[in-house]
Write a protein that binds this ligand. Structure first.
Ligand SMILES: [Zn+2]
Length: 420
């Protein structure tokens, strides 16, 4: 009988539930390699596993010694982590030259040990074992001139660092969320978020990307409750963008994408209209479709959230004279696009802002946005379409690469809460 890993896992879980055997014993019976035993609530193991991207397209499970934390560190037991487009870029191309690296930056976990010098999180909440946390950026390099002269622009530091995109270190491999533990080092921003569901906690990082884009867009003065706003591109960030713009009070949102299922989700996230580019054979058809929804004038403002150069050209045609654009789609270089300086920029007096990642101080914003989105009935948690056990991370990555679902979450199977 040939069983795939998913079937084996299902059987093991069923047997485990029936017999209450320890996972290692069940694994031995099923003749599959055992994951380390579940950690008793109060103890910290001497060794733990992490998934290392050893080279392009090669993820390997490795077990490392889990060193004692120092007085200014925190030990976190990883609960779950989302897969981001950036993880896929690293997996396919290693654009930041990080291999070997433990990826995973959209993560959350539970504090299991707090160094004696650590008292509170980045907004002054006390931090104790058992607290649920998320992490944001690490302190930027003191040599960075941008961060030094304009701390509000620390997101533009060339040395901007976050857990899950950090170089591996000889004495600490636990610096990404695709593992069982994470060590939070001094200079990190982190937040206690006990009052949030797991699914909302893993969405805080992508919500921070969208919240930052909205902050940038607001600088143009063009965003208000009467604005007609386009969100072009309904991947996870585009959909989050729609939810956040809606939560900010905008009522006329037009979602544009080529995927009917994603456009349906866009409506649930707060879009009033959905335009499927596949319904229009050429750009002119799309321009006319937007025209019909904007009194023939084009949108007041557009968020460009695709990584496609042709789409980045088109967006200029969908915005009215005196309108604005926020470019938030190109986290990697997708190539050049064509703009007509007369038609697109001068004549329209377009206000253009770019948006790059986020600052740590925008995390509380993202957190409040998510809570308010839920309160006004936007099912943001539904952006999560898949949960995979860390043991099935290969499958999780391949599912993301096939662009199935929206947000894919990887869960640490050895996670056990101190609160139980
Ligand atoms: Zn990300």
């Amino acid at each position: 009988m040939n069983l795939n890993p998913a079937e084996v896992e299902k059987i093991v879980r069923e047997v485990f539930q029936k017999t209450q055997l320890k996972p290692a014993a069940v694994a031995a019976q099923a003749n599959i390699p055992a994951a380390p035993a579940i950690v008793p609530a109060t103890s910290i193991p001497e060794r733990a596993r992490a998934v290392v991207l050893v080279e392009k397209e090669k993820l390997e499970f490795r077990e490392f010694p889990l060193r004692k934390i120092r007085a200014d560190e925190i030990l976190v037991r990883v609960e779950s982590c989302g897969i981001c487009g950036t993880d896929i870029h690293c997996y396919k191309n290693d654009p930041f030259n990080l291999c070997p690296v433990v990826l995973g930056h959209e993560g959350t976990g539970e504090v299991v040990a707090v160094g004696s010098d650590v008292r509170m999180d980045s907004v002054g909440k006390p931090v104790r074992p058992g607290d649920k946390i998320v992490t944001s950026t690490l302190e930027t390099s003191t040599a960075c001139m941008i961060a030094k002269y304009n701390p509000a622009k620390a997101n533009l530091c060339d040395d901007l660092q976050i857990y899950g995109l950090l170089p591996d270190e000889p004495d600490n491999h636990f610096n990404g969320y695709f593992g069982e533990y994470l060590i939070i080092r001094p200079g990190s921003s982190f937040f206690v978020v006990n009052d949030m569901s797991l699914d909302l906690r893993v969405l805080i990082e992508p919500a921070a990307v969208a919240a930052h884009a909205l902050e940038r867009a607001k600088k143009t003065g063009l965003i208000n409750f009467r604005s007609r706003i386009i969100v072009q591109g309904c991947g996870p960030i585009g959909l989050m963008m729609i939810a956040i713009v809606r939560t900010a009070g905008v009522n006329n949102i037009i979602a544009i994408d080529g995927n009917a299922a994603r456009l349906e989700t866009a409506k649930r996230m707060g879009a009033d209209h959905a335009i499927n580019i596949r319904d229009y054979p050429d750009r002119q058809g799309l321009i006319e479709a937007v025209g019909k929804l904007t009194k023939g004038m084009g949108a007041h403002f557009a968020f460009q959230v695709t990584g496609v150069p042709a789409a980045a050209s088109t967006i200029w045609k969908l915005v009215r004279r005196g309108g604005g654009i926020c470019e938030v789609g190109f986290f990697v270089d997708g190539g050049d696009c064509t703009i007509n300086p007369h038609e697109d920029i001068c004549k329209k007096e377009i206000m253009l802002v770019g948006s790059w990642a986020y600052n740590s101080w925008e995390y509380p914003n993202a957190y409040h946005f998510l809570q308010r989105a839920e309160r006004i009935g936007l099912p943001v948690e539904k952006l999560i379409t898949h949960h995979f056990s860390l043991d099935r991370i290969h499958e999780a990555f391949q599912t993301n690469i096939r662009q199935e679902g929206i947000k894919i979450i990887v869960d640490n199977p050895s996670f056990q809460s101190l609160r139980n």
